[in-house]
Write a protein that binds this ligand. Structure first.
Ligand code: AMP
Ligand code: GLY
Length: 429
């Protein structure tokens, strides 16, 4: 089978690596992919940008692609699934209408409100003066979100009202996020522990993936600005069986049912970002309509089932007859980022030590790398994700920590505390 995978990050490297393990797959074409992906068996890079739907469609028809999988949100929100489906091509993902769950925070908030799905209370503003007046009546902490897509960076958890004022002014008056920030959601702060609940949904049924937890803040102890994610691990012990049952009954099933009732049946990966409070009550922090990055990297390290079987069942609407198996133990992925991430990014620094890390049992997925005169160099942002799997999260983390030390370039940044909550739970027990 010839599979087309759209995207170029660590998530896509992990998906390509896993797809290549399927006996059903002959070729994984990745548009545009990255250096690490090009080194995987069965993989080839296609020089088409992830957002260029016309060119992707043309390629899929011409090269007789049998299945297309989309990593990032932008082409989904822009309607790639609608276009491919109209052309009778098999593609995994939601329609543009269903992708609004991620594409517009105001859509997602209104959807949750009218369907009684637990989430933080909120107000929406497009006028800076009105938003600033509203903030005068509020107390911190409070959360300011750009309405549209901002690569995980359009959210400010303000610890003071001054900080909230600044975020609102940057988005509404100074256009810091362009169109994406021309409307803002101001929502109440939720306390608790976050977890990522990711499931495949076929319009009607859902099949849960293993739980995971991301670390969005740049610095250790969850300090510093929000990023796309600095590391993740699976499983996340905060998602106990009881919490998972509550999440399925009160969040996931009502979401699937309401999307179908509202004329936008959801197909593809539904990612529910959860906040779980001290009473084990879960609220939705965000919906994503795709796999998470970096959650996917540790998830793929643990997935036993053939991805092709899962993708086919999703497209064919047979997830109710499908099982998904996970390797026992835990997996972790630690992101190595350029020193200045997420503000700006240095590029072109020579990278060494990936082979050494893989020799001790890590798998290193690429995101922001490039080849320069036969030398692997950084290409900005999140550069690599060092992953390890072992019998416990403590052992997996030790292995990944060693791998991270071995992979080097000038001015790399990573968090040494990924999975600290799971490790603390083990130490407490
Ligand atoms: P989002 O892009 O909506 O997932 O927000 C990014 C991150 O900001 C989340 O992963 C949380 O860490 C934090 N966050 C967002 N909304 C809230 C909220 N209402 N309360 C507390 N933290 C939040
Ligand atoms: N890791 C968070 C995301 O992919 O949105």
């Amino acid at each position: 089978m010839h599979v087309l995978l759209v995207g170029s990050g660590g998530r896509e490297h992990a998906i390509a690596w896993k797809l290549a393990q399927s006996e059903k797959v002959s070729t994984v074409s990745v548009a545009p992919g990255n250096v690490g992906i090009s080194l995987e068996p069965k993989a080839q890079l296609v020089d088409i940008a992830a957002n260029d739907i016309d060119a992707l469609l043309h390629y899929a028809l011409e090269q007789k692609v049998e299945l297309t999988v989309v990593g990032p949100e932008v082409p989904l929100v822009d309607g790639i699934v609608d276009r491919f489906t109209e052309a009778n091509l098999r593609i995994l993902g939601p329609s543009a209408k269903a992708a609004q769950l991620e594409g517009s925070k105001s859509f997602a908030k209104a959807f949750m409100k009218r369907n009684q799905i637990p989430t933080a209370s909120y107000e929406i503003f497009s006028d800076a003066t009105q938003a600033l007046d509203y903030l005068k009546t509020q107390t911190a902490p409070i959360v300011i979100k750009a309405d549209g897509l901002a690569a995980g960076k359009g959210v400010v958890v303000a610890q003071t009202i001054e900080e909230a004022n600044e975020a609102v002014s940057a988005m509404l008056a100074d256009n810091a996020f362009g169109d994406a920030g021309s409307r803002v959601v101001i929502e109440s702060f939720l306390s608790g522990e976050e977890a990522s609940y990711i499931a495949l949904v076929d319009g009607e049924h859902c099949l849960a993936f293993a739980s995971s937890q991301d670390h969005k803040a740049r610095d250790e102890g969850d300090q510093g600005p929000n990023t796309g994610g600095m590391g993740a691990y699976s499983p996340a012990p905060v998602l106990t069986q009881a919490v998972e049952q509550h999440v399925i009954k009160d969040i996931v099933e009502p979401t699937i049912k309401a999307m179908a009732n509202e004329g936008a049946p959801f197909k593809g990966f539904l990612y529910v970002g959860l906040m779980i409070n001290e009473h084990n009550q879960a609220s939705v922090v965000e919906f994503n309509v795709r796999l998470g990055d970096p959650e996917t990297q540790p998830l793929m390290m643990r997935l036993e089932t053939d991805l092709i079987d899962l993708f086919n069942a999703t497209i064919d609407g047979t997830l109710n007859n499908t099982q998904c198996n996970w390797l026992e133990g835990s997996a972790i992925g630690v992101v190595l980022a350029a020193g200045e991430y997420p503000a700006s990014s240095s590029k072109g620094e020579a990278i060494s030590g990936i082979d050494d890390a893989e020799r001790i049992g890590c798998k290193v997925f690429h995101a922001g790398t490039a080849m320069h005169d036969d030398q692997l160099v950084t290409n900005g942002g999140r550069v690599l994700c060092v992953c390890a799997r072992d019998t416990t999260i403590v052992a997996a983390k030790q292995k990944a920590d060693k791998g991270c030390e071995l992979v080097r370039w000038k001015n790399r940044h990573y968090r040494r505390d990924i999975a600290y909550r799971a490790v603390a739970r083990i130490n407490e027990a």
